[in-house]
Write a protein that binds this ligand. Structure first.
Ligand SMILES: N[C@@H](CCC(=O)N[C@@H](CS)C(=O)NCC(=O)O)C(=O)O
Length: 261
């Protein structure tokens, strides 16, 4: 059976779980020790030298990166297809996936650093939270245009575009940055969350939030070192949070992407 290395809260993991569930592919999950903290190892790092979830083992095949995993799943189990029919529509949902995985994710992630892990307080926290809300509304307006009057991001059928957006919009909503009530995007979010594959995945994500209650203290004590990689680091710098990065370097409770060994 396919093994998925995961943390239920990871939006990248959620994309993969929704696809597996839509295609009724059996899988087992395991949460690697050290994920989120730094210091992961073993089979997980053999499967993904970046030490990030998701990673999958399927027989003797090992794959990392949610987008690459989704392509593998689509190639190996083409039915039901999660991609739209035409090259242009496929390109459109792939663009949406890329924007969500990079720029949009960084905003939610930064809000986690600030609100959940208390990297900032007072005026700095207020300013970063307000910048995040403005940036999110720009992306939501873009998503609304990409959706247009389609029921799903790929057209008439649920698919890759939808599963690539929903984990991020649910997370944004949990930070108070939901789509405007009454908008087409808000109606889509309600529709997509009603799908059993999405509802089960979102339920697992919500249930895992409780396990994060001690993380702020672990970060403060330097036992937990968060990964400030690519777009996440850029967000902190461009949005006014450089002092969070500098403090993290000083306290040694941030790290960057892993070097391969
Ligand atoms: N580009 C990767 C990103 C995966 C990623 O960043 N995963 C995070 C969780 S959301 C992770 O495992 N980080 C490692 C850590 O924080 O220790 C993908 O699409 O799968």
């Amino acid at each position: 059976m396919l093994t998925l290395f995961e943390h239920p809260l990871s939006p990248y993991v959620q994309k993969v779980k929704i696809a597996l569930r839509e295609k009724a592919i059996p899988f087992q999950v395991t949460t690697p020790t050290g994920i989120g903290a730094g210091g992961a190892g073993g089979d997980f790092v053999d499967a993904n030298p970046r030490a990030e979830v998701p990673a999958v083992i399927d027989g003797d095949v090992r794959i990392f990166d949610s987008t690459v995993i989704l392509e593998y799943i689509e190639d190996k189990w083409p039915s039901p297809s999660l991609l739209p029919a035409t090259p242009a529509e496929r390109a459109r949902v792939r663009m949406i996936e890329d924007v969500m995985d990079t720029q949009f994710e960084a905003i939610n992630w930064a809000l986690g650093e600030i609100r959940r892990f208390r990297r900032a307080d007072g005026a700095l926290a207020d300013s970063l939270i307000s910048t995040a809300a403005t940036q999110t509304s720009g992306f939501l307006a873009w998503l609304e245009r990409m959706l247009g009057d389609r029921p799903w991001f790929g057209g008439d059928a649920f698919g890759r575009g939808d599963l690539s957006v929903v984990p991020y919009l649910n997370n944004a909503a949990s930070y108070g940055n939901a789509p405007t009530p009454g908008s087409a995007l808000s109606a889509w979010l309600e529709r997509v969350n009603a799908r059993p594959s999405v509802a089960e995945t979102a339920r697992e994500a919500k249930a895992s939030v409780a396990s994060l209650s001690q993380v702020a203290q672990l970060i403060e004590s330097g036992k937990f070192r968060r990964e400030y990689r690519d777009h996440r680091l850029e967000w902190m710098v461009k949005s006014g949070g450089i002092e969070i990065v500098l403090k993290g370097l000083e306290k040694n409770n941030i790290r960057f992407s892993a070097d391969f060994k």
